[in-house]
Write a protein that binds this ligand. Structure first.
Ligand code: GLN
Length: 562
């Protein structure tokens, strides 16, 4: 196994994840098989309990792992399926060491950060890197490891030490360290400053790791003398100083790395030249250029709770992007804080209320994404009602599907107080209820997580056609509540059809409204499996409906760009 470690210095938010995944893309384009590990030095055992407000979306894997959103980047860029163990946190490492300690595995010894925690980290990395993630047998050739946070953080120390030991044991030819850093420019015509990078490299070297490559983030391309300075003061050959300057879209980054010959330098360092081919990045080139030249856009209203931070719905945004590109469109996402739509706010914050409604009614389609808790639910119900009554394409994901069920019950079936038992324990019409897969009284995790199968109830429904007429589909879930199976008949009689159900037939997975151009709800999260070049069928259908091309696409799904 060859390891490529990506660390970060100076500041967070440099796009270390995108840099690391792009390095993976370039190596993959050379014919190598690539896997990846993300290390998050925080204490949480996983991202499941972290607020999307603070940390961005919780990404969900096939095996039900709730992980950092960077794993989504790796899955999308490398087109792989990762496991929960590909995300290492301090919490997970300590948990495993403490479990061993309780079992008596340390035979009375003092359990310490060095060597026990570091040993556990090393073992974890070595075993996870061998899990195949690309559908082929046997381990990958290269494992890209991204160390979260910035070098020097107290929390990342044990990881740095473990990685230093790993480098020492596997040898320089099997381990390549790329340090991502920032080259700021001060003043309007100021010079490119190398000092922060020098300091962070010095910090890394004090911890026993010398970077083999620098990946410098900058607004403009690096000047030759900046490169020379960096090389001299950071102890990195000039040819190994990569520059990721600002580009119009992230698909340019693998191309940028290739144009700087990063692949050759990395392959040479890792002694992989004899097994690699010249990189084939045709698809990436086409996509990057297509996107730059798109002129038409489609307005999408995103009615959610966490609209202050775009990363809270990162995979939904990416899935919209994939679908839009397939239709030669740029997505224009209008974020609407659901609570701004609510009637109460017409008095308390009339401007925000008016703006929210203007934005909603100007959009070509409405998306209500997943979420937890009752904030904004009233506003989401209003958005679903608006889309249903005005025949505006609607896509409800997880909570968004539950919202459309609540709305329909209240406004079509006349059940005024219909609700989800998540929001109103005493509702007389619990149309969405708690339906754990295990025991209702059993303590512990009650969330339905990861990949589950949905069976289409009839080949004639819109979504089965969008899913290429398959009989079933496996998508990822993350929810506790579900449509009350006892009330399904009431909905279906009035035209809200549950066209996808789980294998038992008790869990409603997909709904469609008859007599509407596109009104679809999914209990699962289709966004997690959307890929550039292979958009999620539900997102594609949603965008096609927004531009009035769904009918012609369904008649001939293989025409044009699609
Ligand atoms: N809060 C809802 C549930 O638990 C929806 C979850 C979601 O949208 N991910 O069922």
């Amino acid at each position: 196994m060859k390891y490529v470690l990506v660390t970060g210095g100076v500041v967070s938010g440099l796009g270390k994840g995108v840099t690391a995944s792009s390095i993976g893309v370039v190596l993959k384009a050379c014919g190598l098989r690539v896997t990846s590990i993300k290390i998050d030095p925080y204490l949480n055992t996983d991202a499941g309990t972290m607020s999307p407000f603070e940390h961005g979306e919780v990404f969900v894997l096939d095996d039900g792992g709730e992980v950092d959103l960077d794993l989504g980047n790796y899955e999308r860029f490398l087109d792989v399926r990762l496991t929960r163990d590909n995300n290492i946190t301090t919490g997970k490492i300590y948990q495993s060491v403490l479990e061993q300690e309780r079992r008596g595995d340390y035979l009375g010894k003092t359990v310490q950060v060095v060597p026990h925690i570091t040993e556990a980290i090393k073992n974890w990395i070595e075993s996870v890197s061998h899990i195949p993630v690309d559908g082929k047998e046997g381990p990958a050739d290269v494992c890209v490891i991204e160390l979260g946070g910035t070098v020097g953080d107290i929390e990342s120390m044990p990881f740095i030490e473990a990685l230093r030991q790993l480098l020492f044991s596997v040898g320089q030819n099997n381990f390549c360290l790329i340090h991502v850093s920032l080259i700021p420019v001060l003043g309007v015509v100021g010079e490119q400053k190398t000092k922060p990078t020098q300091h962070s490299v010095r910090e890394l070297r004090a911890l026993g790791l010398t970077p083999h490559f620098l990946a410098c983030r900058s607004a403009e391309p690096l000047l030759e003398n900046t490169r020379q300075k960096l090389s001299q003061f950071c102890h990195v050959p000039v040819g190994n100083i990569l520059n990721i300057h600002d580009v119009p879209n992230i698909w340019h980054i693998p191309l940028l790395l290739r144009s700087q010959n990063a692949h050759n330098a990395i392959l040479m360092h890792l002694d992989l030249q004899s097994v690699a081919n010249p990189p084939n990045l045709q698809e990436w080139t086409d996509r990057a250029e297509t996107f730059d030249n798109l002129t038409n856009s489609v307005r999408i209203a995103m009615v959610g709770k966490y609209v202050g931070m775009a990363d809270s719905y990162l995979s939904v945004v990416k899935a919209l992007l994939h679908a839009c590109i397939a239709c030669s469109l740029k997505p224009a996402i209008d974020w609407i804080a659901a609570s701004d739509l609510e009637d109460d706010n017409a008095l308390s914050t009339p401007e925000a209320h008016a703006t929210a409604w203007r934005t909603l009614t100007n959009a070509a389609c409405v998306l209500v994404p997943g979420g937890f808790g009752d904030r904004g639910v009233k506003g989401m119900v209003l958005a679903a009602k608006y889309a249903r009554e005005n025949r505006v394409p609607y896509l409800g994901i997880c909570l968004g599907m539950q919202i459309s069920v609540i709305e329909f019950a209240r406004n079509v079936l006349g059940m005024e107080r219909a609700n989800s038992s998540e929001f109103d324990k005493d509702t007389p019409n619990p149309v969405v209820i708690f339906m754990p897969e295990g025991s209702k009284t059993h303590m512990g995790s009650t969330m339905r997580l990861g990949s589950r199968r949905t069976l289409f109830q009839s080949p004639d429904c819109l979504t089965a056609k969008l899913y290429h007429n398959s009989e079933h589909v496996d998508e990822r879930h993350r929810h506790r509540y579900e449509v009350n199976p006892e009330m399904v008949i009431n909905f279906e009689e009035s035209g809200l059809k549950f066209v996808g159900k789980d294998e038992t037939g008790k869990r409603m997975e997909i709904l469609e409204l008859t007599d509407h151009p596109f009104y679809v709800g999914a209990q699962f999260h289709p966004e997690f499996k959307s890929r550039p070049g292979r958009p999620s069928p539900l997102f594609l259908g949603f965008i096609l409906a927004a531009i009035g091309q769904l009918g012609s696409y369904l008649q001939n799904p293989h025409n044009g760009n699609l």
